[in-house]
Design a binder for this molecule. Sequence first.
Ligand code: TMP
Length: 253
Amino acid sequence: MARRKKIYEGKAKILYEGPEPGTIVQYFKDDATAYNAEKKAVIEGKGALNNRLSEYFMTGLQAIGIPTHFIKRLNMREQLVRQVEIIPLEVIVRNYAAGSMAKRLGLEEGTQLPRPIVEFSYKDDLLGDPLVPEEYIIAFGWASQQDLDDIVSIALRVNDFMSGVMHGVGIRLIDFKIEIGRIWENEFQRLVVADEISPDSCRLWDIETKQRLDKDVFRRDLGNLADAYTEVARRLGVLPAAATHATKPTLIN
Ligand code: TMP
């Protein structure tokens, strides 16, 4: 069999050329990184969990008419997606203060915001993904004003969907990050949700106990990351029959 061509390797995923033109195979690694890759570990089972969870969220978004790059899951660690031109922005939606916003404004983590707030970071690892105002985005040509209006509208729809799904299983969606891609159809472009949506890119707190069920478990050494992601997958009913993260052999009667 011919070896497939690697297009890009990031911190948590590898992209390979897909079987058809305009498609890509997205491989989810077990690698976890934080603080711009200053902290690193391999978390067994994370890739498979994020593959399943991202499939679940992307297909859910498509079902309510929000376009995404997702085509289908191929196996435990890989999914087939549309090739897109990634807009170099991290689109962040916040419902409650946490992380960098809590620090910047001196707010207690978990403080409810007056309304969902959308903000943008410029995707550049060397610069540490700096927060950028819309003015920069337009002036530097990363996206047009029309793109930004569409991106904010998509981000808020994703927020409504994700908040509702999570609320249904006793989880508060504190904040999340998405990436947006362009798909060109002749001279027309369509914006779609791309990359992944998983507990790597969201903050998820148990509503009752405030237990963290997201990558903060790794960032802040709060316990076992795969256990936290498994709990999210279990509540959503997306865990495959065979455990993704088996720590003990399972007894079969
Ligand atoms: P922050 O509080 O560190 O700015 O992060 C806000 C949310 O966005 C949080 O859920 C983590 C997510 N995020 C990423 O997934 N990748 C990134 O590069 C950044 C800046 C944030």
